[in-house]
Design a binder for this molecule. Sequence first.
Ligand code: 8YV
Length: 328
Amino acid sequence: MSTDDITIERVAVPAISFAQVPVLVAHLRSIYPDARVNTQCVPRHHSTRDTIEYLRDCDAAIVSFEPINAEVLAALPRLKVVSKLGVGLDTIDPVAMRKHNVRLGWTPGVNKRSVAELALCLTLAALKHVVAANVDMRAGKRPLQRVGRQLTGRVVGIHGCGEIGQDFIRLLKPFGCHVIACDLRDRSEFYHEFDVESVSPAALYARSEVLSIHMNVTPMNRGLYNADVLDQLRPDCVLVNTSRGTLVDEVALRERLKRRQIAAAAFDVFEHEPPEDDELLNLDNFIATPHIGSGSMEARLQMGMAAIQGLTHHFLPQPGEYPFECYT
Ligand code: 8YV
């Protein structure tokens, strides 16, 4: 972690979630008066070319989904610090960062409560058919019965037990669920404290009545929830995803939801955002939200302040080491 050996004069912020919060923009500009901020909220996050264009001539950047890869860094020799708004590192290539000596500002867990609350909200909504019932009501129907399930006492599986997965488990406490979890890292201390059963991926798929995904995407797990894995889920499983859409094969999921091979799914994240598969989005056993996990005022502020701090508190990513263990 370094604070003082890099001089930053020009900062660029293409991240819309930052630019939308005036207090963050004002705070940034009180430190870096000439900061270029995407206050017009032009979407840029899918394009390498636009990212290069926006970050040209800058020493530091606050990014959300903009790709920070070999091509971008080769084109931006002046860039010394990339500070991440939020926690997902899937758009950041640690090998290229290291090669170009570009440092990373990153605060783990900065939006964990906000995302964990949404995971709980989606879980309850799916178990109780809240959205489908509301859609019926709006369509003029007044269904007399819509039998759902309680969360209390259910087997809840957590795939990825980092900051957000752990916070979700904290929120589950009053529901008396049997929590099972699977993680590459040793989480035994947390598991012990919160009475969590550590299980294999196969057991997680086979036993979870609610399965909530909380993994970082890496080259190792991209597309992990493919047809083969989805076929291992229980027919009464509710699959919840508030992490990254690229972990799940959406076409395979859609087909299984349609034939009720999987009871329901509730997703805040999609392979391509905004999502385009209207057939999936309109299934009555699928709940979709447009990546709002960290979209609370509290989280936005915390993320933004942490990202500003990341411009001066940063580290050189090391592939193979935390938080990039899955890279070589
Ligand atoms: C943020 C996210 O909205 O933290 C993350 O990784 O995906 C989101 O919660 C995003 O990073 C905003 O920049």
